[in-house]
Design a protein around this ligand. Sequence first.
Ligand SMILES: [Zn+2]
Length: 43
Amino acid sequence: MSYVCMSCNREIEQIEGFVRCPYCGGRRLIKKRPSIPREVSTD
Ligand SMILES: [Zn+2]
């Protein structure tokens, strides 16, 4: 599962044990969601 840093918006492939951005040291990471097509009713 990959994460995205909220500070520098870099993608982080793997996090070992602790949650921290290896680029900027930010600790606010969000889980990158796989693009799921939304259910939209267009009728
Ligand atoms: Zn970062």
